[in-house]
Design a protein around this ligand. Structure first.
Ligand code: ZN
Length: 238
C-alpha cells in the first residue's frame, strides 16, 4: 500500500479562515456554496461516488500558472485562440519530429515537478487530503494520471480489467483510473488513438460495466471538469 506522503506536512498550509493577505490569490478561489441535501443523503446511504477530473489536482488554478493543455499548445507554437481538442493536441505533440516518448515525458515531468515542491504538492492535493478524512467514500473514478488518490487517500488503484477482477472484493477505497496511471506509462490515455481505445474498452470491459452500473444506481458527483458535453460524450453515450 502506498504510504501517505509526508511532504505536505512539513509546510504550513494556507488557511482561508485566518489569511490576512489582501487580494490573496488562493482565497479568491474559495467560493461559498451550499451542499445539496441530495448529496448528503446519498453519502449517508452509501450511494455517493466521486468522479474527479484534473481540476482537483495538477490542473487546479492554484498549482500551475497555465494548464498542461496550454503548455503543450505553446510548445507547438499554436495560436492562443485556436480551438483544438485535448486529444488532438496530444496527438500532434507525439507526432514527428517528436514521439510518444516525448509526450509521456512531458506528462511525467509535470507531475514530478509538483511532487518536488511541497507548497505546490499541498495545493495539488488539497482535495485529496480533504477526501481522505471522509470515511466510507470508497469509490472514486478519475481521468487523472497522477497517483495522488493513492498517496493521499490510501486508495487502491484499478487501471486494468485484470486489476478489477483481482481487487474487486478487497475492502477499502479504490480509485478507478480511466485514463491510466503515471506509474504505468503503457496505460496512459492521451492521444486520439488512446481515446478510441479507451472508449472501446469502457464499452466492452469490466471497468466500463462497473461505471455504467454506478451511473445508473448511485449519485455520482463530478468534480474538477470543465463541464462541456464533449467532455462526457464518451462516458454518457453508453
Ligand atoms: Zn489567503
Amino acid at each position: 500500500m502506498p504510504r501517505r506522503s509526508e511532504v505536505g506536512k512539513k509546510t504550513s498550509k494556507h488557511d482561508s479562515e485566518t489569511c490576512q493577505v489582501s487580494e490573496c490569490a488562493l482565497c479568491k478561489l474559495k467560493k461559498p456554496f451550499d451542499l445539496p441535501p441530495e448529496i448528503v443523503s446519498a453519502y449517508r446511504n452509501g450511494k455517493l461516488v466521486i468522479f474527479a477530473g484534473s481540476g482537483v489536482s495538477t490542473e487546479s488554478r492554484e498549482v500551475y500558472p497555465s494548464t498542461f493543455y496550454q503548455y503543450i499548445k505553446n510548445k507547438l507554437n499554436l495560436p492562443e485562440d485556436e480551438e483544438i481538442r485535448f486529444s488532438k493536441l496530444m496527438t500532434l505533440y507525439s507526432s514527428p519530429p517528436r514521439s510518444r516518448k516525448d509526450l509521456l515525458k512531458a506528462i511525467r515531468d509535470r507531475i514530478e515537478y509538483v511532487k518536488t515542491f511541497p507548497e505546490l504538492y499541498n495545493r495539488a492535493t488539497e482535495f485529496h487530503q480533504e477526501l481522505s478524512t471522509i470515511p466510507h467514500l470508497d469509490i472514486i473514478f478519475t481521468t487523472n494520471w497522477d497517483d495522488f488518490f493513492e498517496r493521499e487517500c490510501y486508495a487502491t488503484p484499478i487501471v486494468t480489467g485484470q486489476d478489477y477482477v483481482v481487487l474487486e472484493d478487497t475492502p477499502g477505497r479504490k480509485v478507478f483510473k480511466l485514463h491510466g496511471s503515471i506509474n504505468s506509462f503503457g496505460s496512459i490515455i492521451a492521444t486520439e488513438n488512446d481515446y478510441r481505445k479507451c472508449y472501446r474498452r469502457l464499452n466492452t470491459g469490466v471497468i466500463g460495466g462497473k461505471l455504467k452500473l454506478l451511473l445508473m444506481s448511485k449519485t455520482v458527483v463530478f468534480l474538477g471538469f470543465l463541464l462541456t458535453m464533449k467532455t462526457f460524450r464518451g462516458y454518457t453515450a453508453y
